[in-house]
Design a protein around this ligand. Structure first.
Ligand SMILES: Cc1cc2nc3c(=O)[nH]c(=O)nc-3n(C[C@H](O)[C@H](O)[C@H](O)COP(=O)(O)OP(=O)(O)OC[C@H]3O[C@@H](n4cnc5c(N)ncnc54)[C@H](O)[C@@H]3O)c2cc1C
Length: 381
């Protein structure tokens, strides 16, 4: 997919999504956060930009973009609202990719194509109560029964679950095989035995909805196993570099927003008869934010360049995601210090950046796991 000629150049994508973010997202970001629910109207507005199909082939109605263009887009969206960027990323990548790669023509017509047009909401379910970082602990079971699969188990922390039309769900088909016994299955909303819990109340990304899923004797057709038997995890691993680059790009967008707010406020707020930006300790914060953001940018787009060349940069993608997400958290923290008491007011956006940035620490691997991978790739394990 990354080798397809790109009809839209990257700088045009940046210009287009920067403008969309400034005109459509930033003016409504606080309202969406306060409403604490999935803004279907915004989901549909984003769909009209062609965002959800950006990484897919024009053959299936996509934009034919590469990973760099996809990451540029989510970075720009995240500068306006992490929630909007997060549900867009889910729709573009994790929620639809297995259907695109391994779905039947019927799945493509009924689910995948409507999803990239923004007519159906997609969701991706790996995590369980006792299996999060350690996917080998997945207990949701899919058992073959004639030409059907019967699925039993549960998932938790599933983005979009309350509003999704279909789910890509990681299940165990043969426990004795460990990770090689894991496979992805397509389950459509409304399938008997599928139960969606009420949505979680959470700290940040409040315009995304998250809940648990429970499966009791859920029957799906044989062709709903997405991919060859036993290849679920290896297929996921092939996507992991893109997932990490994308999470790093989301981090970059949030860090830029925090930095821009802090830099502006430093030149507006006056104390001791001077702009607070004239104090060296405030300047130090701005300088550190700007420097770390630049370093994140270089890392993120070096990794996407490698992916677009067909490489699988495990170490570099882990480094970029680890570094950029920590930078986003530091930038959000420093921005609250520049704003002082006003960062504690719900009327200023920095409190939202401070809450939303925590989400970046978990998706695509926690910092601790990424550090473990980086160290292992450096030969120290
Ligand atoms: C906002 C949000 C949205 C999410 N959306 C989805 C979704 O759509 N689909 C989905 O499947 N999941 C989703 N998740 C779940 C997410 O993928 C998990 O949070 C993530 O896998 C980490 O799991 P955990 O938080 O339970 O941490 P755990 O795995 O329980 O880890 C807890 C702590 O222990 C550390 N730790 C664990 N193992 C090791 C080790 N071997 N070495 C060192 N440290 C270790 C971790 O780094 C962490 O600090 C979402 C989570 C959030 C917060």
């Amino acid at each position: 997919m990354n080798k397809i000629a790109t009809p839209i150049p990257e700088d045009l994508i940046r210009k287009m999504f920067r403008r969309f973010t400034e005109e459509e997202i930033i003016p409504r970001a606080r309202e969406m956060d306060e409403a604490n629910e999935f803004p279907r109207w915004m989901f549909e507005k984003v769909a009209r930009t062609g965002a959800y199909g950006i990484r897919y082939s024009p053959r299936v109605g996509g934009g034919g973009g590469n990973t760099t263009q996809f990451c540029v887009m989510v970075e720009e969206l995240a500068r306006g609202s992490m929630s909007v960027a997060a549900f867009t990323a889910m729709q573009c990548l994790m929620g639809t990719n297995f259907l695109y790669e391994y779905g039947t023509p019927d799945h493509h017509e009924r689910l995948f194509k409507p999803a990239i047009r923004g007519e159906k909401v997609a969701s991706f379910a790996l995590t369980e109560a006792d299996a999060a970082t350690d996917l080998a602990g997945v207990k949701t079971i899919a058992r073959q029964d004639g030409d059907e699969w019967i699925i039993n188990g549960s998932k938790t922390w599933i983005t979009n679950a309350p509003c999704a039309d279909f789910f890509t769900v990681l299940c165990q088909t043969d426990k004795s095989k460990g990770l090689r016994g894991l496979n992805f299955f397509l389950i459509e909303r409304g399938t008997p035995g599928l139960y969606v819990s009420k949505k979680f109340d959470k700290l940040g990304t409040r315009a995304t909805e998250i809940s648990e899923l429970a499966f009791t004797d859920v029957r799906v057709p044989f062709e709903n196993r997405l991919g060859k038997e036993g290849q679920g995890v290896s297929n996921l691993m092939r996507m992991l570099g893109v997932i990490r680059a994308m999470t790093a790009a989301l981090s970059l967008g949030l860090a830029r927003a925090a930095y821009e707010h802090a830099a502006r406020y430093a030149m507006e707020r006056t104390q001791f008869g001077k702009k607070i930006g004239s104090f060296q300790l405030v300047q130090q914060k701005i300088a550190n934010m700007a420097t770390e953001i630049w370093a994140s940018q270089l890392m993120v787009y070096k990794v996407t360049e490698m992916i677009d060349r067909g490489e699988r940069p495990l170490k570099e993608a882990s480094m970029a995601k680890y570094f950029a997400s920590e930078v986003a958290c530091r930038a959000a923290d420093e921005a609250t210090r520049v704003f002082g008491a006003y960062s504690y007011s719900m009327e200023y956006d920095v409190q939202r950046f401070y809450r939303d940035c925590r989400f970046l620490l978990f998706g695509g691997g926690t910092s601790e796991i990424l550090q473990t991978i980086i160290s292992r790739e450096c030969g120290v394990f």
